[in-house]
Design a protein around this ligand. Sequence first.
Ligand code: UD1
Length: 332
Amino acid sequence: MKILVTGGTGFIGSHTVVELISAGHEVEILDNLSNSKESVLDAISKLTGVSPKFYKADILDRARLTEIFSGTKYDVVIHFAGLKAVAESVEQPLKYYENNVEGTINLLNAMLNTGVNNIIFSSSATVYGDPGVTAYTEDLPTGRNIPSPYGKTKYMIEEILKDIAMSKPEFSATILRYFNPVGAHPSGFIGEDPNGRPNNLMPIIMKVAQGEYPELSIYGDDYPTSDGTCIRDYIHVVDLAKGHLAALQHIKPGISVYNLGSGKGTSVLEMVAAFEKASGKKIPYKIVGRRTGDLPEMHAIPEKAFRELGWKTELTIDDAMRDTINYLRALA
Ligand code: UD1
């Protein structure tokens, strides 16, 4: 298939591009490089033997989108491009609504104007807000008590996709709700390397391991969990990338929603211990106050993706730590 991947040089996008090319798909990448580096394209070429066509473009640039879509007839768009720093979204909500919601509307217009009816969308477990349970199935209500503008943009985009599907029977949107992606490609060529100060746990642990930050601040150890720290469902980014390949093979008209997670919960302290075991390095940490919006515990029930897409995670937290450390060595 001929696929346009927006955000294809980012963390999840780049790993997905590698899986898509390896499976024989023809991939083009659109990215504004706001949270990635152009060198990722070389890494993709080295890994796959293919240099995908690259458009350095912004999804807010409608004229550019029109130009790109008039040049090629895509079968599918896989849409990763978007801002994802939760705290920044609280400070600058309009920036998030503009980039994520307006950007997606622009992309959808460019698609529909050129007869491209298939989209796979990068959503997040954050759309469930605070559902009052710890094990998440796709049929839980979404949109209630979402803690950030970032999370609300994901929810709003899902709603927009549902409305288009109602109005257009041939339209197909596959919504993938990610849990917590971690790890790196086992080659060490690509991984998570955010521009600026990271927000998520793993990249912060990586910065502490590299000596860039003196310690990790753990947001609370008084939650009602086994060790008092929050529990999340961490998923190896290569497994997550393969989830997109599985979704691509099962595109059908209408809306399809899948949780992409491992189904297992791991605490912050367990993540630190796993990193220390894999690296042989101590990660200094201190316990600080809770972070607003954090839920004590959540994990995916990924059965639907297994039943309908034949996909499940195969890699473990230890695999993710080994690959992260390998990637850090390659960066150094
Ligand atoms: C966060 C977002 C979520 C978003 C996801 C992916 C919040 C409340 N949620 O999920 O909307 O979809 O990132 O970008 O921001 N932690 C520490 N110290 C740190 C960083 C994190 O203790 O310096 C803890 C957090 O409290 C949490 C766990 O590590 O328990 C994972 O945090 P993080 O990687 O930010 O992911 P989420 O909070 O699950």
